[in-house]
Design a protein around this ligand. Sequence first.
Ligand SMILES: [Zn+2]
Ligand SMILES: [Zn+2]
Length: 366
Amino acid sequence: MRGRVVVCKEHNQPFVIEEYEVPELEPGAILLRMVQSGICGSDLHYWRGDQAQAPLPPTGRVMGHEGYGVVHSLGRGADRDSLGRRLREGDRVVYTAIFPCNRCHMCLKSMGNLCVNRPFPAAGDYPYFTGTYADYLYLPPGHPIFLAPDGISDEVLAPVNCAMGTVTQGLISAGAEAGDWVVVQGAGGLGLTATAVAKDMGAHGVIVLDRLENRLELAREFGADYVININEYDTPEARIERVWELTRGRGADVVMELVGLADLLVEGVEMLGNGGTFVEIGDIVPGRTVALDPSTLLKGKRIVGSLMYPAHLIPRILDFLERNLETRPFHKIVSHKFKLEDVNKAFPQAEWNARQTEVTRAVLAP
Ligand SMILES: [Zn+2]
Ligand SMILES: [Zn+2]
């Protein structure tokens, strides 16, 4: 049996679709047939070549990390999910999108999401199916995997193992709690999810900033109590003042940067009340800097970076989705769907839409 794998051979150039023989499963391994794979901001950055920490291997790099699939085949002994439930061929499953080395000091501290050796798989390296833009995905023995509840549709499951995990962990890293004021910078897929998760965690008020009215309208559907159109409040000072006004003089407890603009750090820290936490998630491209007055951090303000999530969050996110399916339009997060063979149409369009800021998330469906 053979399957297709999308490979980045050269930055900013069309991807090449290669075919490989599906390897025989080791004991404990699981082969998934991919159903939907998300185009995440980091995939766009990698394609453009502005993530310098991960140079292209000579054979090219296998693309895609977000997505979900169904069980195609089970290696010997791999008959249970991580919660001990029976797995069968055809079951819909969500797995963690992190493939840690399991031997670096961060992995040994049970922080595989911060693994220092996170591999960026080279094309042609065993087991070949190491990215989600492919017909199959090979999960090595012991990889965390969870049965997906029947009631959650394919579109809703696709972003669970990157976008949803990342923002949920961001709020946890910030120490968000009931009664908080949470500010969300950016109403894309990450921002909409963060809004719903913050409300679910008991936030008293969520304030979402964006420049497009249709996205702000969507933010309201995801639970935003207030929205700020940055075209209307068109200076950092005006936006900071508006947040202090809306929070009735308390300032925000948590500000989440989900846009990828370095300047939002300075603005966000000023929106925080004393003891508040700024969470950096969106600004993943190295080399951008800001001028920050360290004295603004006195009075207990914190700045934390957050990357991916620990695997145990996945079943909690699936529970969160089930709990909120009736009230939040999660099916609207995925706005564009492309066939795998159209990956070279999908990327420029996701890019174009990102500039127009109308796309929330695009997916590839093999
Ligand atoms: Zn991602
Ligand atoms: Zn590691």
